[in-house]
Design a protein around this ligand. Structure first.
Ligand SMILES: [Zn+2]
Length: 271
């Protein structure tokens, strides 16, 4: 993959090189998001600024430029090759819609170093008048975030424990097997480049929709197997629980399945 080709692609997509890269030696490019205000598409070209040679893959992410002109990373960086570059740019641009917005100042939210998802403008610090009141609100909202986070693993605990306890009872064993024989399987079409999130479901009921907190871009589809790059996971769903196929079984225990955000896709019964 030539440097000339990569640079030409970036230029034709409207990207301009930055003078500096605070974190490394590769050339950073960026341009405005086509529709979202204050959002920039940022590309780490993987081209070394001194040798002018390709030293790595191209990284694509979205940043929100806040009131202080600081850039906040609002989606995780996805690495790709020249071949996948345009598709990855499009997918990241589409991901913008699913990044949460501050209800006070409309800025995009990002994951701070503390792990909390907060307003890019940190607008709570500027709330005039009752500063103390503002501070308490901030703390309580952070607490809520923390509680939500601790609530998620607890859910998983019960999820793990229930089927295990069922398995230890021989009486339940046969009934469970019988049940599994009748489980209806569903599948949906998932394509490379699709923007996806996940749903936690029990049977046919969606227990939790993770739109806005778990975001991924499908990189590869091989039969039923789906390879996804997860760009955001503020719900901190463990990676091993994330779905890996385009199918699910309507069983009695909680599980996760894909939800395609970028297209309308229907679940179809597998016969
Ligand atoms: Zn705000």
């Amino acid at each position: 993959m030539s440097v000339v080709q990569r640079k030409a692609m970036l230029k034709s997509e409207g990207f301009f090189p930055h003078k500096k890269n605070a974190k490394g030696t590769t050339i950073i490019y960026s341009r405005k998001h086509p529709t979202a205000k204050f959002v920039r598409v940022v590309i780490d070209s993987g081209i070394d600024n001194r040798t002018n040679k390709v030293v790595g893959k191209v990284g694509v992410k979205l940043c929100f430029v806040n009131r202080q002109k600081s850039w906040r990373e609002i989606t995780g960086q996805i690495f790709t090759t020249n071949t996948g570059l345009i598709k990855t740019i499009k997918a990241q641009e589409a991901a913008e819609k699913f990044v949460k917005t501050c209800k006070h100042c409309k800025a995009k939210k990002f994951t701070a170093k503390t792990g909390n998802v907060v307003c890019s403008n940190a607008c709570w610090t500027g709330w005039g008048g009752k500063k103390k009141a503002a501070n308490t609100t901030k703390k309580s909202s952070q607490k809520i975030v923390a509680q939500k986070k601790s609530a998620t693993p607890q859910k998983k605990k019960s999820q793990k424990v229930t089927p295990k306890s069922q398995r230890t009872y021989p009486m339940n064993k046969s009934s469970q097997r019988k049940g599994q024989r009748n489980l209806q399987r569903f599948s949906q079409e998932i394509l490379p480049g699709d923007l996806v999130t996940i749903e936690e479901f029990v049977g046919d009921i969606v227990a939790t929709d993770y739109t806005g907190s778990v975001l991924g871009i499908v990189q590869k589809v091989k039969g039923k197997r789906i390879t996804t790059v997860w760009t955001a996971n503020t719900a901190q769903v463990p990676e091993w629980l994330l779905p890996q196929t385009n199918e699910y079984e309507a069983g009695a225990s909680k599980s996760y399945r894909y939800k395609v955000l970028s297209r309308k896709v229907k679940w179809i019964k597998v016969v």
